[in-house]
Design a protein around this ligand. Structure first.
Ligand SMILES: Cc1ncc(C[n+]2csc(CCOP(=O)(O)OP(=O)(O)O)c2C)c(N)n1
Length: 318
């Protein structure tokens, strides 16, 4: 991979990390953020690696752990932050809050918190892309828990049958809520399920952004060649609880520590330093500029007005 592209990946991951660390801080202030805040800290390489392999017109469908996906696809930090605050200037006018954000400007069409609910929607958008003969693909992000839902199996079957241009990206972060994967399925690799639907299934190190980028690039080319979908399983780990109110009593401390040693952001940073592609000075400057983007986003959100109560009736279709 070219150093320029690798630095892009690093920057994308740093933005997600800083953005979400700020959310962790804000969650400690009572009543600052409405609703449940669900973070992808530790999983940044999946969002960054996948989205770096996509074009702007490609579609992503996200789940409850969405901030990384949206930022990596190019969503504006200011309007995403304002949306998380529930403000009128948010990308969904304060009506979605953190859990249901859509950013149509970057083709992040839908975030659904119905576990497994995004997978058939992605099959639908991929069908539209194929039907309209667009050179575009759809990526669907979902967790390992979602891969045990009926919607996952039905969707993979249909997508394979119709050779749809869809890439199923399973972020296997070991847990689903408070349950470990082995408590709800006997399979070791979710990717093995792809064989049941006659599509390629790939396991990648989900803490290696470059590996995720390569797997997505190959899957995208297969989609564009009319060869249909791919299931990519990214093995990673959730550093935080299911949501920020979760005290993680069920996650062994030494397990968290082991995975933190495998930090995806530090990994790419070490590689860039070793290759002489970036200096410590440049890293500090990059961190500073990203910290400023996040501070500006928080200021923008804090200074923005609340939506008026009657605006709840705008944009309602029926
Ligand atoms: C259909 C449905 N069942 C249950 C829930 C409650 N719920 C929300 S997130 C979650 C865990 C999802 O785990 P996983 O798919 O592995 O994603 P992760 O949270 O690990 O990223 C559950 C059970 C829900 N939102 N929707």
């Amino acid at each position: 991979m070219e150093n320029k592209k690798k630095i892009e990946l690093y920057r994308s991951m740093l933005l997600i990390r800083h953005f979400e660390e700020k959310l962790t801080e804000l969650c400690r202030i009572e009543r600052k953020l409405p609703g449940m805040v669900i973070l992808c800290t530790g999983q940044e390489a999946v969002a960054a690696g996948t989205c770096a392999a996509l074009e702007k017109d490609d579609v992503i469908i996200s789940n409850h752990r969405s901030h990384g996906h949206l930022l990596a696809k190019g969503a504006e930090p200011n309007t995403v932050m304002a949306e998380i605050f529930g403000k009128k200037t948010g990308c969904n006018k304060g009506k979605s809050g953190t859990l249901h954000i859509a950013v149509p400007e970057v083709n992040a069409l839908c975030t659904t918190t119905v576990v497994g609910g995004g997978i058939p929607i992605a099959v639908g958008t991929a069908f539209a892309q194929q039907y309209k003969k667009r050179r575009q693909v759809t990526v669907c992000f979902f967790g390992n828990g979602a891969a045990d839902e009926g919607s996952f199996h039905e969707s993979l079957n249909m997508a394979a049958l119709w050779n749809l241009p869809v890439i199923f990206v399973c972020e296997n972060n070991v847990y689903s809520g408070a349950q470990r994967m082995e408590e709800h399925t006997k399979v070791k690799d979710i990717a093995a399920r792809a064989a049941g639907y006659a599509m390629p299934g790939v396991v990648v190190d989900g803490n290696d952004a470059e590996a995720v980028f390569k797997a997505t690039t190959e899957a995208r080319l297969r989609c564009l060649a009319g060869e249909g979908p791919t299931l990519i399983e990214c093995k990673t780990y959730r550093w935080r609880g299911h949501g920020e109110a979760d005290h993680q009593a069920y996650q062994p401390k030494d397990e968290i520590a082991r995975w933190m040693e495998r930090c995806p952001v530090k990994k790419i940073e070490r590689e860039l330093l070793a290759a002489g592609a970036i200096s410590n000075q440049e890293i500090s400057e990059l961190e500073e500029s990203i910290a400023k983007i996040v501070e500006d986003a928080v200021r923008f959100a804090e200074e923005s007005p609340w939506p008026a109560p009657l605006e709840a009736l705008d944009d309602v279709y029926v």
